[in-house]
Each structure stands twice: as structure tokens, then as C-alpha cells.
Design a protein around this ligand. Structure first.
Ligand code: SAH
Length: 228
């Protein structure tokens, strides 16, 4: 199913052995800590691996500096790096136990160049403003909030890519103001189907066209209480 799914996305299948080892570690660690609610092996393939991999057919990741904000157990960032080794990846998460898991996966798969950071996006932005070509994120926050966490990290000319459901029209509408304030420009969303399933998801695409004003991102309490 994994091989076929990748082929349907037009992607090479060299990364399959690494993805299988990653799935093994995920199942093992998930027994002792809460990493993911998705445990059925077929669902891990479809809802974690192929959903993440689909991004490679929607955007050019080759050689890009990519930050995955709120990556959790590594989605979508790690499958992107495994399937497109030229990606220069930073995985960022606020939960240390998840970052420890990511470090273990990277060590086991010899992904030495992947940076695993324990931290909050709004704090990480202090040192790494405009440092990435692409910021990706899945299942982390409401879009106006997520835009403030992600866009400051992206360089002008880069992109912020948010994985959302196809039912996110209202959220997209609500994010227009935040995106404009943060120096972004909303592009046409890219809807896609996860291969081998009837499930459609949406990639929200924001191009950074101007520097984000220095006052953003604000402290998280403020972002949450008073989204842009
Ligand atoms: N992207 C993964 C995990 C989603 S769960 C997936 O789709 O499977 C959301 C994750 O975002 C959690 O692991 C949480 O710790 C992290 N998170 C939430 N707010 C964050 C912030 N401000 N900075 C960094 N990580 C954050």
C-alpha cells in the first residue's frame, strides 16, 4: 500500500525501508507514551505517511530549508525528509518527550542533518526569524493563530504551508487579516486526495511577500486570547 501510494503520487520508493523502520519505532514508543492516536498500521501508512508525502507532489521541496512547526511524532516533516533527502529539515515541538522520540528516529535512520528542537514556535522565532524557505504544519492550531507562529520563520519569497481539511473555508476566510498583517499573501488552496483512500485534504498556501513586523509573534497567551 505504501509503495503503490508513493507511485501514485509520482514519488520514488527508495525511502520505503526507512519509513517502515520509522513505523516500527512509532508503534514501539507509542506503547509507553502518547505519540499518536493513529495506531492501525494501514492508517499509519495512509493518514501519516501518504498524507505527508502528498505535499511533495504539491510543492517543490528540493534543497529547501524547511521547519515543521508542532511536528509531534514527525508529521509531515520526517516523511518529507526521508522521501526527499535534499530537504534541510528542522523539527520543532513544545513537548520534550516527542522531541526525544524524534531524536531516536533520526539516530536510528542516520538522519544526522535533521535538527530536532524542543521549543515553542513563538519563542524559536526570536533567533530564527526569516531563516526558512518553507514552514509546514499539520493539526496544530486555528489558522489565524498558526499564521502568527509560522510566518515570522519564513524568509520573504518563501512559503507557509498549512495542512487543513477541505472544510476549512471559514478558517481560511478568518485568516485573511492575520496573513496580510504578517506579510503574507494567501494563494489558492491546493486540495488533494490521499492515494488509496477517498480522503481529501487541503494544503493552505501562503507566500511571504514582506517582512513580518517585529512585534509578531506575540507571547502565546496573547496570540490565543486575541488572534489577529
Ligand atoms: N503535526 C503532528 C502533531 C499534531 S499535535 C501531526 O499532525 O501528527 C500538535 C503538536 O503541536 C503537539 O505535539 C504540540 O506539542 C505542538 N505545539 C502546539 N503549539 C505549539 C507551539 N506554539 N510551538 C511548538 N509546538 C507546538
Amino acid at each position: 500500500m505504501l509503495q503503490e501510494g508513493l507511485a501514485q503520487l509520482g514519488l520514488p520508493t527508495d525511502g520505503v525501508p526507512d519509513l517502515i523502520r520509522y513505523a516500527g519505532l512509532l508503534a514501539e514508543w507509542n506503547e509507553v507514551m502518547d505519540l499518536t492516536a493513529i495506531t492501525d498500521p494501514a492508517d499509519v501508512v495512509r493518514l501519516h505517511f501518504l498524507d505527508s508525502a502528498a505535499l511533495l507532489s504539491l510543492e517543490d521541496f528540493r534543497g529547501k530549508r524547511v521547519v515543521d512547526v508542532g511536528t509531534g511524532a514527525g508529521f509531515p516533516g520526517l516523511p518529507l525528509r526521508i522521501l526527499e533527502p535534499s530537504v534541510r529539515l528542522t523539527l520543532l515541538d513544545a513537548q520534550n518527550k516527542r522531541v526525544n522520540f524524534l531524536r531516536e528516529v533520526c539516530r536510528t535512520l542516520a538522519l544526522e542533518d535533521v535538527e530536532c528542537v524542543h521549543g515553542r514556535a513563538e519563542e524559536f522565532a526570536r533567533g530564527r526569524r526569516g531563516a526558512f524557505d518553507l514552514a509546514v504544519s499539520r493539526a496544530v492550531a486555528y489558522l489565524p493563530v498558526l499564521a502568527e507562529l509560522c510566518l515570522p520563520l519564513v524568509k520573504v519569497g518563501g512559503r507557509f504551508l498549512a495542512m487543513k481539511s477541505v472544510g476549512s473555508d471559514e478558517e481560511l476566510e478568518a485568516a485573511g487579516h492575520a496573513v496580510a498583517l504578517l506579510g503574507g499573501q494567501m494563494e489558492e488552496p491546493r486540495d488533494y486526495r490521499i492515494p488509496g483512500t477517498g480522503i481529501c485534504h487541503r494544503l493552505v498556501v501562503v507566500t511571504k511577500t514582506a517582512q513580518t513586523p517585529a512585534k509578531y509573534p506575540r507571547a502565546f497567551a496573547k496570540i490565543k486570547k486575541d488572534p489577529l
